[in-house]
Design a protein around this ligand. Structure first.
Ligand code: HEM
Length: 747
């Protein structure tokens, strides 16, 4: 490598077990396929077919609540509980697990128990939550595989809240643990974990003006800084500017999918409980868990100041108590916020915070009975007073405690469940009785549709293939456009619901709206014709059947008879069941499977391709066979010939693999395309033979993808290619079928 390897922070060079200078250090820009291999059966001690739903059904939830309740108020000497109650600590644990969620790519969130792994286990903002997790270990151990860490983290917070008098809206279990860090999450480009003092500009495109920068925050990030879940409690970059803090809060909470009212409800509701910890400057605190010595056994932030815990605890470096009743649900936080005069002061360690200097000392010390403190707040708390919109909402909440309670209940429920996907995945006795909420992407009941017999299915496929305006290319792209919106990160999208026929998806450029309308019109025609025979078939099923029929016909044209597996039972969502603004996030920037879009200044086209494949849970071979197969089927979004490396488009052949590897010496960049388009010139005739995109040529260039491409280009590969393509296609079509028993992740 021209620049030499990057050893990062580790100067020790192991000579065993994968030590030494690795390829990723020599060639740090090489396309990384690790995300396509994560969470494989090999990483999971239960293997791939673990049925968490079945395991969880053995949990006695009432007993679990009793166990958490007992733990909550049994202070442990090794980490004494403030006010004799771990409730607020568990709420922070739940919030920091869930609060990493961001709507743009659906990643983060509480759904996979990711706080057990780096970087989250060691983020500055998660300081001392290693203790909260360790406190819960006896409960996790007791319930074993029947209760995931992911569920326990958030359920502990939820139960704590109920125990402190807050009527929660409901709770759904069903978060299955993963066993490694999610490598697919882009946490930012900073080299420092928690850049302070004005250096925090990387994700703001260099902007240092925090009164104007909020909307500059790089997509898809959901926090103002590496190492934080959301915003700096001291104000932007540590500057105690309450109004500027509000701008950061609005942007980051907005990216979690929360509006202004939900945001105020969450902060004011959360800070009704507990306190912050900043007994000193932090100079006595040791390394975070991931850098801590072996003997600390996964715990970090060892504090040698005083006792190192209780009143000597250092967590955020801020020392604030929000309420007279920090272990009881009450409107104390908002009362204090709107009725006291706050002055900027310093915490014992020197961090900026606010104190009501002229108020009575009536807020209890967490450990010394009879000792009281004056009301205190964070800069980010005062944002709820000093931003005019937040101020109005805060006043409304203060004047109507029941309304505040209701809104906080709903926002807390959304926070904890936002990344769980369809409500068929929610388990346990505490599910709300009310109808699903709009952010849960509700679907109508399947009972309104006929059960399709095998004869119905083949009759429909024949009708589709015979319908005017429909062809292999547009049927395949429509089915792909419908199903491939799925993302495993928050389990949204997918073919069920036929939301491709609704806004905003019907207008996604990747779906080629004009061509899509032709297909939808024709399929709706078949739907009504079918209805006249007394049977109701969903448009969602018809879209998938259309793709399947096209593939079967393309295989036949190539001399292969096959049937694409089909799982009937999809339903059609209504427009008013579709959250247009957050579905907009499902629009791809680039979709190399359809040769749509291109890279950005930060990410290359092929990186978007791998990212999409990761969200579709595809392995490297599945990614490869799908791209090659879709090209054979002439399935570019715009019908163009880019990457259609076959002289017989529309036939399910392995031509793309053969021709890609066969014309290796002749590819050149097409001028003016910013290295997005390439052409191969026939050396004999001098004529352009093929054109291709980065999403094509990466398969000949990247060593691992090339190795797989070679398999499918082999002279013996035709049948393996069709079998693998059909399996990968059917997998994508069914990714969201959590309503089907036996589907991975369905309960
Ligand atoms: C504690 C900041 C939103 C619940 C804290 C601490 C900070 C903080 C600095 C103290 C950590 C420590 O030193 O121990 C913020 C900021 C927020 C925010 C900047 C957003 C602008 C929330 C939300 C919730 C919440 C949305 C829950 C709905 C809590 C609780 C504690 C806490 C319960 C007390 C933990 C304990 O007593 O140990 N927060 N927070 N916070 N936060 Fe927040």
């Amino acid at each position: 490598s021209p620049d030499g390897p990057d050893f990062g922070r580790c100067s020790r060079k192991s000579t065993v077990a994968g030590g030494g200078t690795r390829s990723s250090q020599w060639w740090p820009c090489e396309l990384n396929l690790a995300v396509l291999r994560q969470n494989s059966d090999k990483t999971n001690p239960f293997g791939g077919s673990f049925d968490y739903g079945a395991a969880f059904s053995k949990v006695n939830v009432a007993q679990l609540k009793k166990d958490i309740t007992a733990l909550q108020t049994t202070s442990q000497d090794w980490w004494p509980a403030d006010f004799g109650n771990y409730g607020p600590f568990f709420i922070r644990l739940a919030w920091h697990n869930a609060g990493t969620y961001r709507s743009v790519d659906g990643r983060g969130g509480a759904g996979m128990g990711q706080q057990r792994f780096a970087p989250l286990n060691s983020w500055p903002d998660n300081a001392n939550l290693d203790k909260a997790r360790r406190l819960l270990w006896p409960i996790k151990q007791k319930y074993g595989s029947a209760l995931s860490w992911a569920d326990l983290f958030v359920f502990a917070g939820n139960t704590a809240m109920e125990n402190m008098g807050f009527p929660t809206y409901g709770f759904g279990f069903g978060r299955e643990d993963t066993y490694q860090s999610d490598e697919g999450i882009y946490w930012g480009a900073e080299q420092d974990m928690f850049p302070t003092d004005g250096n925090n500009v990387v994700r703001y495109n260099g902007s240092t003006d925090f009164t104007a920068r909020a909307s500059e925050l790089e997509s898809p990030l959901g926090a103002v800084s590496m190492g934080l879940i959301y915003v700096d409690p001291r104000g932007p970059n540590g500057t105690p500017d309450t109004k500027a803090s509000a701008l950061d809060i609005r942007e980051t909470f907005g990216r979690m999918g929360m509006d202004d009212e939900e945001t105020v409800a969450l902060i004011a509701g959360g800070h009704a409980f507990g306190k912050t910890h900043g007994a000193e400057s932090g100079d006595d605190v040791g390394p975070e868990p991931n850098a801590a010595p072996l003997e600390q056994q996964g715990l970090g932030w060892k504090n040698t100041f005083g006792t190192g815990n209780a009143d000597d605890t250092y967590t955020s470096g801020l020392e604030v108590i929000w309420s007279r009743t920090p272990t009881k649900w009450a409107n104390e936080f908002l009362f204090s916020l709107l009725n006291n005069n706050f002055t900027l002061v310093q915490s014992p360690g020197g961090a900026p915070q606010w104190e009501a200097l002229d108020a009575n000392a009536s807020y209890p010390d967490p450990f010394i009975k009879g000792k009281f403190r004056k009301p205190t707040l964070l800069t980010s708390d005062l944002a709820l007073r000093d931003d005019p919109i937040y101020n109005n909402i805060s006043k409304t909440f203060l004047n109507d405690f029941d309304y505040f309670t209701e809104k906080f209940g709903l926002a807390w429920y959304k926070l904890l469940h936002r990344d769980m996907g369809p409500i068929s995945r929610y388990l346990g006795p505490d599910l709300p009785k009310a109808a699903p909420l709009i952010w849960q992407d509700p679907l109508p009941s399947a009972s309104g549709y006929s059960t399709l017999a095998a004869s119905d299915i083949s009759a429909i496929k024949q009708q589709i293939l015979a319908a005017p305006g429909l062809n292999i290319s547009n049927l395949v792209t429509t089915a792909w456009g419908s199903a491939s919106t799925f993302r495993i990160s928050d389990k949204r999208g997918g073919a069920n619901g036929a939301r491709i026929a609704l806004q905003p998806q019907v207008s996604f450029a990747a779906n080629n709206p004009t061509r899509l309308q032709t297909v939808l019109k024709a399929l709706k025609g078949i739907q009504s014709k079918y209805a006249s025979s007394g049977k109701t078939v969903s448009l969602a099923d018809l879209i998938v059947l259309g793709g399947n029929a096209a593939i079967e016909s393309a295989a036949k044209a190539a001399g292969v008879t096959l049937t694409v597996p089909f799982t009937a039972g999809r339903v059609d969502a209504l427009q008013n069941q579709t959250d247009v603004s957050t579905f907009a996030f499902l629009e791809p920037q680039a979709d190399g499977f359809r040769n749509y879009g291109k890279g950005t200044a930060r990410s290359l086209t092929e990186e978007f391709l791998v990212d999409k494949a990761a969200l579709l849970t595809l392995s490297p071979p599945e990614l490869t066979v799908l791209v090659g197969g879709l090209r054979a089927l002439n399935a570019n979004f715009d019908g163009s010939s880019t990457g259609i490396l076959t002289s017989r488009p529309g036939q399910l052949t392995n031509d793309w693999f053969v021709n890609l590897l066969g014309s290796y010496s002749t590819w050149a960049v097409v001028n003016g395309t910013n290295e997005e388009r390439f052409q191969s010139v026939d050396p004999k005739s001098g004529k352009v033979q093929w054109t291709a995109s980065r999403a094509d040529l990466i398969f000949g260039s990247h060593p691992e993808l090339r190795a797989i491409t070679e398999v499918y280009a082999g002279s013996d590969a035709a049948s393996k290619f069709t079998t693998d393509f059909v399996a990968a296609w059917a997998k994508v079509m069914d990714l969201d079928r959590y309503d089907v028993k036996g589907h991975l992740g369905a309960f």
